[in-house]
Structures are given as C-alpha cells and as structure tokens.
Design a protein around this ligand. Structure first.
Ligand SMILES: Cc1ncc(COP(=O)(O)O)c(C=O)c1O
Length: 442
C-alpha cells in the first residue's frame, strides 16, 4: 500500500484547462471540480477493470465506475470485442437494422416487458415516460418522491430542484412531490389533485429499503386513481438483480426506464412497458393523434446496442449479480468493523444494499456538514481511492481493491476522528469544500 499521499499537481492543472473550454469542466455536473476535494484525481487517461490512471500517472481504485454506468469493469474485453465486431458492419444504417430487432428481443425477454424504445441517455427515457403517461391519461401532473435526487435534466424535473434557474415558473407546477416510504403523503397528493396525476415516477429504492407493503401500496394507489406507475431502474438495474429491483421486490410497474449499467459504460437507455401504453408512440393506429415519443438520430446506433447485448449476456451467464452482492457484503462488513473500531458509528454510517452502498458522512452535530464531508473525501482520495459517497460495486472489484480501500478508509478515519474531537475540519482541509450538485447559487 502507498504510505505517502499522492500528488495531484497535473490533475489540478488539467481541471483549470478544461474549465476554460467546457462550462463546468465536465459533461456531467457530478464529475465536476466542485464535487471532489481539491486533492483528487482528474484528467483520467485510461481505465481497466476497477482501476483508473490519472493525469499525474497515479493508479487509483474506482468506486464511482462511470457514475454507475460501468457495471462490469472498465474496458471489459468481451464487451469491447462485441463493439469492435459491430463497428465493421457500420453503425447507423439508414433504416432499422437487424441489430435493433435482435436487441429488442433480448431486452424484452430479459425485462419481461412488451415493447421497448431505445435511447442514449437516461434523461431521454424518463422524459419520454412522462410524455407517454400524459398522453395515455390525458393528465398533466407528475408525482416524484422528494428523496430521489435525479430523474432527468429536462425542465419538468430540474424545475423542481434548487438548480432551477432558466426554467419558466409556469412549468414547475406540474411536478409535485411526496415522501418515499410514506404512502399517506402520496394519498394526499391524489386528494389534492383529483384526476390530474398522470404518473408516479420513482426509483424502486434508494438506500432505505421500502417498508413492507409500500411498493404494493403505490401500485394500488395508482390503479385506484387511474395513474401510471413508472419505475426508474437506472441505478438498480443489473445491481438488485437481472433486470433489476422490480423483479427483486416482485412488483410490476406500467413502465420501466433503464440505462446506466446496461451497456457497461457505452451509451444506452431504454423505455419499456405495457404494449397498450407503449403503442401510443407507434404509427399503426391510423386516424389517431401521433405521439412523438422518442426520436433521435443516434437513438439506436449499433455501438450502444451491441454493448448492451454483450453486457446482458455476461450478466446472465456469469452470475454477476451474486458476485456483486458477495463483494459488496465483504466490503460492507470490513468498513463497518473499521468504523466501530474507530468509534465513529455516530458520524460514518453505511446504508443501502451491498450492491450500492452509501456512506453517510456526518459532522460533529450528527448532521450533514460539507466541511467535514469534504475532509473525509479528501483523505480517502489522497490515498488513491476514487469515491463519491457511494460504493458502486462491480464483479471486477477484487480482494486487493477492498484491502487497499480499507487501508485508505482507516487512515481517513484517523484524521476524521481528530477533526470530530476538535470540532474543526477546516484547518485540515486543502482547497474548497464540496458543494451540492443541485444548488441555486454557484
Ligand atoms: C435514477 C436516475 N434516473 C435518470 C438519470 C439520468 O440518466 P442520464 O445521466 O443517462 O441522462 C440518472 C442519472 O444519474 C439517474 O440516477
């Protein structure tokens, strides 16, 4: 294990250069400078398995895994080979390709749904699901849990976050919120907006498991009130199971959205669901209004589809979900042991399922404190572990990754303890604090 802390001089220079050319310095705000401590890797040169190499030549362990899109590992040879094979056939073939049909067959068989529309980004498919629910029900309002942080960068969702600059006020009233695990809060919405809610859109779970009967209760409420139930499985897909959490919990939404890990980092997303709803986006009902559901030049180019098919096959053949849970359980147990040994149980708490573990980092008042949080992240990053608060576990994470992560974690805990004991994290911080990604003011 590296004893001394790493140098990030070139990473810092890289960050300054890219911010002059790219607003925010990244194409996803979650990857930006304000989301990481100053002492951390950037200008990543390459990735392999679970390791990345940064601008300074540091080899680091990745627990962010491309914001959960890299579900197997960076540069997985089989997935890359499937992409290479498809490249030689051309990638955008002017009319629907044979690969589009094969991909639809495999995807629908895996997700046990009737019809599918493919896309490149998660935001496109959640927005399409919203549009479809409005067309199907003739209603306008969308209900989402306030605890679920992100569904789309489109106006209907960003308008109700703190980062709603640039979005007309008129649009904000169409998205309303309830509380996850509180059925009554959703019941109240149905009372407040009778016959107006087009859909309830949510992730099946974030970190706190659903209370008994909660998901089934949502199903019932949607049925009683004529609203559609949409489960966004961007994060839970290929983590909770194959295809994801609806299967794990045994519930059946009307529409599902998938993306992220389904193509091991290649661009892929999908909207699936009941054919009587999905068919509204079709062209076979002559004389009916045409719904422009999802339509884009790169919607079904071959690279994403080939990567998705290869990823799905590997998940099915290699039993990757069990491996992910096994690895995650070992990590969870070891980290919990360290937290306990250090006596930090009140300030560092692991939450969620082994496949997707959140580390709650709390300050001296046992509340979220951005200075303390940044300090912990700084100490972890300085020992070569790329970690953004959630451990995205893949089948490629090794015992050695876990061992090195635990060493870094132990060292970070030591410093954190000092900060908690003295009530001062600021003096140990190098650089500015991390800030929430959804905020009103830069
Ligand atoms: C639950 C959820 N839905 C939708 C999205 C949007 O996906 P994308 O970034 O591919 O547009 C995300 C992305 O983080 C997500 O976590």
């Amino acid at each position: 294990m590296r004893n001394s802390k790493l140098s990030f001089k070139k990473s810092k220079e890289f960050t300054s250069r890219i911010e002059r050319l790219v607003p925010g310095g990244a194409h996803t705000y979650s990857k930006g400078r304000d989301q990481y401590p100053e002492l951390s890797s950037s200008g990543i040169i390459k990735g392999s398995g679970t390791h990345l190499w940064d601008a300074d030549g540091n080899e680091i362990i990745d627990w962010s895994m491309g914001l959960a899109s890299v579900s197997i590992g960076h540069a997985t040879p089989q997935v890359n080979q499937a992409v290479i094979d498809t490249l030689s056939q051309g990638v955008n073939l002017s009319r629907p390709s044979n690969l589009e049909l094969e991909a639809a067959e495999l995807f629908l068989e895996t997700t046990q749904t009737d019809m599918v529309k493919f896309a490149r980004h998660g935001s496109s498919v959640t927005t399409a699901a919203v549009k479809l629910s409005r067309a199907f029900t003739g209603r306008k309002i969308i209900a989402v849990p306030k605890e679920h942080p992100f569904f789309s960068f489109d106006d209907w969702f960003i308008g109700v976050t703190a980062a709603n600059f640039g979005i007309p006020d008129e649009l904000k009233k169409f998205t309303v919120t309830f509380s996850y695990n509180d059925l009554d809060s959703l019941k109240q919405l149905f009372v407040q907006y009778p016959n107006q809610i087009a859909c309830v859109l949510m992730e099946p779970v974030k970190f706190d498991p659903p209370k008994e009967g909660f998901l089934e209760g949502i199903r019932e409420l949607c049925d009683q009130n004529g609203s559609l139930w949409i489960l966004d499985e961007m994060i839970t897909g290929l983590k909770m199971g194959v295809p994801g959490a609806s299967d794990y919990y045994g519930v059946k939404p009307d529409l599902n959205t998938y993306g992220k890990g389904f193509a091991n980092g290649f661009p892929f997303a999908a909207l699936t669901g009941r054919s009587d709803i999905m068919e509204l986006g079709g062209i076979s009902r002559s004389g009916d209004p045409k719904l422009f559901l999802l339509s884009s030049t790169h919607g079904a180019e071959s690279v994403g589809l080939a990567a998705m098919m290869s990823t799905l096959k590997l998940f099915r053949e290699e039993n990757y979900v069990s491996k992910i849970w096994e690895i995650g359980t070992i990590l969870q147990e070891r980290l919990n042991r360290i937290i306990k040994l250090e006596g930090l149980e009140d300030f560092l708490q692991l939450k969620g399922y082994p496949c997707n573990l959140l580390l709650n980092i709390l300050g001296p008042d046992k509340e979220l404190d951005w200075t303390f949080r940044t300090l912990f992240m700084q100490e972890i990053a300085s020992h070569g572990v790329l970690f953004q608060g959630i451990f995205i576990v893949t089948p490629s994470h090794t015992q050695s990754d876990i061992g090195l992560t635990c060493l870094a974690f132990e060292k970070a805990c030591g410093i954190y303890k000092q900060a908690i004991d003295t009530g001062n994290a600021k003096k140990l911080l190098i650089g500015p604090e991390i800030k929430p990604v959804f905020r009103a003011i830069i």
